[in-house]
Design a protein around this ligand. Sequence first.
Ligand code: NOJ
Length: 719
Amino acid sequence: MKAQEILSKMTLEEKIYHLVQMTTMTYLKTDGTNIVTGPDSTMKLDKEYIYDVGTLLNLVGAQTMIDAQTNFLNGSKRKVPPVFMQDVIHGHRTLYPINLGVAASFDPKLAHDVAKMAAKEASLDGVGVTFAPMVDLVRDPRWGRVMESSGEDPYLNSQMAKATVEGYQGDMGKYNIAACVKHFAAYGAAEAGRDYNTVDVSERMLREYYLPSYKAAVDAGVKMVMTAFNIVDSVPCSGNKWLVKDVLRGEWGFDGVVISDYSAFEEMIDHGYCEDKKECAYRAMEATSDIEMMSPCYANHLKELVEEGKISVEQIDAAVLRVLKLKEELGVLDNPYRSVNVEEAKRVQVGPEHRAIARYAAEESAVLLKNNFILPLSKDIKSVAVIGPNADTGAIHGDWPCGGKVDETITVLEGVKNIVGDRAVYAKGCNIEYDSTDESMIDEAVEVAREADAVILCLGEHQSYSGEGNCRTNIEIPRVQYKLLDKILEVNKNVVVALFTGRPLAISELDEKAPAILNMWMPGTEAGNATANLIFGNANPSGKITMTFPRSLGQVPIYYNAFNTGRPKLPEYDFNRVRFTSSYLDSPNSPLYPFGYGLSYTEFEYSDLKLSADTLTRGGKIIASAKIKNVGKYKGKEAVQFYIHDLFGSVVRPVKELKGFEKIELDVGEEKTVEFEITEETLKFWTKDMKFEAENGKFDVFIGKSSACKPFATFELVD
Ligand code: NOJ
């Protein structure tokens, strides 16, 4: 085997450097100046081994890859080609919607297809691995990285994780790239939604809520896992032996590559876990972490640790072999340039085929939050005002754009013009900055609105207000945007708000005031066309939110699969009981929009909800089913959701758990029956005995449009 053969020829130093990850930039100059003065200079790497580094980070551009690889191989004695890794998060050159948007499609096939499209574009630039998908379960919209997640539900997250991994990796052919699931583990639980902050979850929470999506990625054959910046049980993930060696590799059988997050080995010193870089290297190796991204603990200290007998050569060999095997599988050992192709990249990237996928994805991801019979607008409309700070900008494709470009992104104004031509009139109205108080543009916008038959008002966040390091303590839209809305409503009631956001926002006031709200998230390269298609009825919204929208930030964390508590707030309680229940003085407990919520231009009627039996035996199965009929005026899609409630357990159970969903399309008047199978597997949870098991007892069953649906039957699991 090639990998084994290469390993057998490597010196200890070469092996150690094979575990180091550097930036591609380092190899773009052949005179070594980047190494001396660039970001890598602080790493104090040994110049003699700089061409023995195993993997490179960040790359967009086929020619860049060819240059860097050529320079690398020219400089290297051993000539083991590095593999290029890149954050292909929601597209490579063509961007599809942010991942929280794609999840709202409730369509794993879509998640698969967009990953496949991104993989093709990336492979043509020579990328071998993407640092995606991020499958961290999230409950706090302040955290900027919720945009990269698929939301708050372990089941849905697992389905999306599997589909995305399969989309990127396929059969590991020419146009596929390896996926790296991240951030292992529980990075999404950062306290107060502040990036890199402390995580404190019990093992039960970890097992039941946070770990399943990483496990699903591993079961789907993901090639790499990235450890998280945070601590789990007070130990940084980079050096967390229990998490990586025992759970990931031991229990789950993962034998692929584990990589650190950016400089995270070294950060174990700041965490107060390791005294120095040498200890960082020791802890990371002990945890069976393989690649160190952008910090020098391995490079500077592994040899010393071997000489002192603290780390064995076998440990290092095992890590290097995992990296080499990945390269072998990617074909890099035979062809260092892999699928890079300057001409084909030019032809394929951001080409019509990929734009079409991106547009469809944006349409499927959008969530209609409110509609007072105003949408869709007629294409025959005499004039339409397109107003707002997000109306004429390409900066709505979403953060983590990889190689996506603002000037290649279709603005809403352009998209609307593509449908109604010069019957669209534009005014900016106000600036997008969250601290902007400038009202000087409002009057002009009001005049434009006064003359129009309808207004498309593009509000929300700037795309740079979400993503890594972009957290917020205020998740409302700025006052100046409300001022603009109020003034426009005084002259024109036909206002449709197109909302652009990287996170659930607290928009109770918007919900009260706006006649219609179409949440577009950050919709990618085809943003404007997708928005216009939805607004003018070329497409019918079918997305449903996978992360709860709170009424106000004060309710956060708020998620549907919570526990009942000993004092739930029930409407029939008298005043005294209400006071001493789990509730607020100044807000209902319910969210503004619950998990799974989203409207359509048509209406779906649920009927004939039934269970095939009221007893389930172990090894047996029963079927929950419902008829869904399109009783409205438009063809449309519905994400039918199936939940259970385990009424009593050896430990308390959530009030509702998503256990299945199916997205169906129905013509006007059409009806379909949707079925969900229930087996012992469906009912398993992390019991008092710390095992995934189903316990005998009663379960309520729900099928509905959102997590707010009511139970329709009960069954019992018996031996
Ligand atoms: C830090 C981020 O946390 C991680 O998600 C990303 O993959 C790396 N930087 C590399 O860019």
